[in-house]
Design a protein around this ligand. Structure first.
Ligand code: SAM
Length: 256
């Protein structure tokens, strides 16, 4: 089958990487796995061995010939754009204990996929996802680095993020231009209770102009309230968003 570039089709062929991803999921037979973008079923076939329930979202109906062979009473394919799915609705009739999500998807929709999962209001144990190396670096970045930004702070508020394995471009067919990394994202059990949407808006403002100071980016907020928190942490007025940790962002947000 000819891979479709427009759908980011780079199929995983390296057995050791497939096995590493499958091991990272670690489900029981009464659990549920959601797989996003099963493609030719490289991961699906192996995940199926857990004998758990599986729900797979695939956009390319030309793959029906291959994927239909993997369907049974526990494995279902939904031929739909995952970004337009109503996950909560799709899983409501499935009886399961824990939910795991796995995906090797086009890299240009990585962030949208994670946001769609966070917005869908479902409870799950872990998301194991293949991402472009540069994106992994941003997700895992520490303050004071050039990779640290809005998405780092948002995702690290919500998830505990770990690098599972680095993946060479030769693990795929066709070979992509970029190197990849498998990440595991575990929703934090003890998140600070805040209005997440308002917090995201606030963070977007903080990082709106990276070269500018926080004070400059937060002109429409009460700077005295921001400064109270900065003073507490010995941070001066000229501090930039990229120098502030997630914990301090939360403190500032809660003080306003
Ligand atoms: N998981 C397979 C593997 O590891 O070999 C395929 C990976 S390939 C990088 C990405 C797959 O996601 C393709 O099969 C593509 O058709 C599918 N896809 C792309 N966009 C999608 C979307 N919005 N929703 C669901 N599937 C999508």
């Amino acid at each position: 089958m000819k891979a479709k570039k427009s759908l980011g089709q780079n199929f995983l062929i390296d057995k050791s990487i497939i096995s590493k991803i499958v091991t990272e999921v670690l489900v029981c037979n009464n659990d549920l796995i959601i797989e996003i973008g099963p493609g030719c079923g490289a991961l699906t076939k192996e995940l199926k061995k857990y004998n758990s329930n599986m729900l797979c979202y695939e956009l390319d109906s030309d793959l029906k010939g291959v994927l239909k062979l993997l369907e049974n009473d526990k494995v279902k394919i939904i031929w739909q754009d995952f970004l337009k799915s109503n996950i909560k609705d799709d899983i409501k009739n499935i009886k399961y204990n824990k939910l795991f999500i796995v995906g090797n998807l086009p890299y240009y929709i990585t962030t949208s996929i994670i946001e769609h999962i966070m917005d869908s209001d479902i409870i799950f144990e872990k998301l194991v996802i293949m991402v472009q190396k540069e994106v992994a670096d941003r997700f895992l970045a520490r303050p004071h680095s050039k990779e640290y930004g809005y998405i780092t702070v948002v995702l690290n508020y919500y998830f505990e993020i770990n690098r599972v394995i680095n993946v060479s471009k030769y693990a795929f067919n066709p070979v992509p231009k970029v190197e990849s990394v498998v990440l595991s994202l575990i929703p934090k059990k003890e998140r600070e209770i805040i209005n997440f949407n308002k917090y995201k808006e606030f963070l977007k403002k903080c990082f709106s102009q990276k070269r500018k100071t926080l004070k400059n980016n937060l002109k429409e907020y009460d700077w005295n309230l921001v400064r109270e928190v900065l003073d507490k942490h010995n941070l001066n007025e000229n501090v930039r968003a990229e120098e502030i940790s997630g914990e301090i962002f939360i403190e500032i947000f809660k003080n306003m």
